[in-house]
Design a protein around this ligand. Structure first.
Ligand code: 1GP
Length: 247
């Protein structure tokens, strides 16, 4: 499958919000994974993300393969490190952690992994990744050794978004962090959308269809949900969230 970014951009330009379901390959058992993959498209998911800030098993490849065997949806790697690459996936979020000042996550790791991505023919989608403060330290901020942007400073978030646009990045990801206490505030999303027309992904701590809708109303193009489906609601709930954000 190719042209994943083109699909995302087209939906964004047509004002059609998308739902991405994040799968942590350490967590989902094979049977549940197959059931989810078979149902995901009809439940209303648009994309499946796979990855995590810290993976403690070697299951990335088999999980992606299993997903690909059971769904027609794009399977996109959301890498927590350069170890998270796989030829089995359709694309990879090529994240530049622009909210931080850790050179490894701005350019260093990209140099190391780019020749591998070229060999694997994995579509890299350049993404300005912005950690937004969400109540307490998250795995993403800890593992990347970087500070998030204060969640009461939309002007700082907007300046980062504008810089990412001027640098030629293709989309933005506003990240509260997996299982965040508080999702990314509407004021941050709106401020970012005021300065750029790039697709804006929003994830971290979204637990209700109402909040997902609220983030779309604030300007989110793609809503990412992982923890709520994995730990509480179950994947049949994808339908309620998809319905809410597309209503
Ligand atoms: C985490 O944004 C994603 O990187 C999704 O967050 O697991 O809190 O839904 P949740």
């Amino acid at each position: 499958m190719s042209g994943i970014y083109e699909r995302i951009l087209k939906h964004h330009q047509n004002g059609r919000p998308q739902l991405a379901v994040l799968i942590d390959p350490d967590k989902l058992v094979p049977d549940a994974l197959t059931t989810f993959a078979k149902d995901a498209a009809s439940l209303g998911a648009d994309l499946i993300l796979v990855g995590g800030s810290l993976l403690t098993t070697d299951r990335l490849n088999p999980v992606i393969r299993q997903l690909k065997e059971n769904t027609t949806l794009p399977v996109v790697i959301f890498p927590g490190s350069i170890m998270q690459v796989s030829a089995e996936a359709d694309a990879l979020l090529f994240l530049s952690l622009i909210s931080g000042r850790n050179a490894d996550y701005l350019i260093g790791n990209h140099v190391i992994v780019s020749p591998i991505l070229k060999q694997l023919k994995l579509e890299p989608i350049s993404t300005g990744y912005m950690l937004i403060e969400s109540g307490r330290p998250t795995s993403a901020s800890y593992m990347s050794n970087s500070f998030p942007i204060p969640n009461n400073k939309p002007d700082i978030a907007a300046a980062h978004a504008l810089a990412a646009d001027y640098l030629g990045l293709k989309q933005l990801y506003l990240e509260g962090g997996s299982g965040a206490d508080e999702p990314v505030p509407d004021s941050i999303i709106t401020a970012v959308r005021q300065v750029t027309n790039l697709p804006v992904w929003v994830g971290g701590g979204i637990r209700t269809p109402e909040v997902a809708r609220q983030k779309v109303n604030a300007g989110a193009s793609v809503i990412v949900i992982g923890t709520h489906f994995e730990k509480q609601a179950g994947y049949q709930q994808v339908a309620n969230f998809a319905h809410a954000i597309k209503a």
